[in-house]
Write a protein that binds this ligand. Structure first.
Ligand code: PLP
Length: 380
């Protein structure tokens, strides 16, 4: 298989697995247990939290382990809304960028049903959400704002620092979804009130993530239960996954420069060849402010799903729109929000490169892609 869907998920790094295995086998204790086995697991969780906090640039007490990016986003948005209701402010107003992952968009729609007012802020046609448009959307009762650090479909990087400053000046809680940028760009804890990461995006285990919440924030827990995560999130913690997340994050950060350069090189070779050798192709999103791994390309006269299907038949894995919402027939909400028409949005394919990809795979994909596009266009 040629795997070009690294924004959807990445394979577990074997070095990370080696660090996790002892906590699945011999040191399998529940970190809450008071015996030696429990203490061994608990100590590993403490070390993992410290490492994660150090990389995030915050205190260990500000890091909560969660099940991934979806839970992190749900917790931030709904937790702040719940706290605002309890604080007597009533049902306020929340801002979510129109290009957020469904974790935030659907959470906002859930809160709409409870009486919160929601503004979805559109990006410009490069896929960038401007700090000005966020500022314009803020009202006197705005309690929450979510704008991601980079988009999962286009890879376009957002002006997080400036948006953070706007929110801070107006007393609005700012959540930054950093699922696509953890281990690629520095994590912006200093510019926001909360941020979420997901370990399966940086060669760690699936089903695990971390949520930074600034000390002193007004936020209510969503998962009630035992005293895990200082009573903020009940449920037995997976010590192996915590160890895996911290190890994977540390590896990613330590090797970011080398990996980013290699991955951007592969991506650029791919994009340059596709745009030059296949007529009627368009790179979607800002050409400069983008993650090294992403290439989102529209192919005139083709359906993205058909390209995906033909590539899959040849053992090449890519995605259309967001992998998390694959199967949906509607065009990408991200490309639509950028102002692209349905034809361009529906003909888009996302190629995301990773540290295990090679130049040979890139060249082979270009050749197979050329034939696939020719076949689809010829069949019309
Ligand atoms: N946020 C973004 C930007 C994502 O790309 C994803 C997954 O693709 C998520 C959130 C959800 O993360 P998880 O799969 O860990 O729930």
């Amino acid at each position: 298989m040629i795997y070009l869907d690294n924004a959807a998920t990445t394979p577990l790094d074997s070095a990370v697995l080696e660090k996790m295995l002892p906590f699945m086998r011999e040191n399998f204790g529940n970190p809450q247990s008071q015996h030696g086995a429990g203490r061994t697991a608990a100590n590993a969780v403490v070390a993992a939290r410290d490492k994660t906090a150090h990389i995030m640039g915050c205190n260990s007490a500000e890091v909560y382990f969660v099940s991934g990016g979806t839970e992190a986003g749900n917790t931030a948005l709904k937790g702040v809304c719940a706290a605002e209701c309890n604080g007597g402010k009533g049902k306020g107003h929340i801002i979510v960028s129109a290009i957020e992952h469904p974790a935030l968009i659907e959470s906002a729609k859930d809160m709409q049903k409870f009486g919160f007012e929601v503004t979805f802020v559109n990006p410009d046609n490069r896929g960038i959400v401007s700090p000005k448009s966020v500022e314009k959307a803020i009202k006197s009762n705005t309690v929450f704002c979510a704008v991601m650090s980079a988009n999962n479909e286009t890879g376009v990087i957002q002006p997080v620092k400036e948006i953070g400053a706007v929110c801070k000046a107006r007393g609005v809680f700012y959540y930054c979804d950093c699922v696509q940028t953890a281990g690629v760009l520095p994590l912006p804890a200093v510019h926001c009130d909360a941020l979420g990461i997901s370990s399966h995006k940086f060669y760690g285990p699936r089903g695990f993530g971390a949520l930074y919440i600034k000390n002193g924030s007004k936020i209510q827990r969503l998962i009630s239960g035992g005293m895990q995560e200082r009573g903020f999130r009940g449920g037995t913690l997976d010590a192996a996954a915590a160890v895996g997340l911290a190890e994977a994050l540390e590896n990613a950060v330590n090797n970011a420069e080398v990996n980013n350069k290699k991955i951007a090189g592969l991506r650029d070779t791919f994009v340059n060849r596709v745009l030059a050798e296949i007529e009627g192709t368009h790179l979607n999103g800002d050409k400069i402010n983008r993650l090294p791994a992403n290439a989102n390309i529209s192919f005139d006269g083709c359906d993205g799903e058909n390209i995906l299907f033909l590539l899959d038949l040849n053992g090449i894995a890519v995605s259309t729109g967001s992998a998390c919402s694959a199967g949906a027939v509607s065009p990408s909400h991200v490309l639509t929000a950028m102002g692209y028409d349905t034809a361009r949005a529906k003909s888009a394919v996302r190629f995301t490169f990773g540290k295990y990809n090679t130049q040979e795979e890139v060249l082979k994909t270009v050749e197979i892609l050329k034939r696939a596009v020719q076949k689809i266009r010829g069949a019309k």
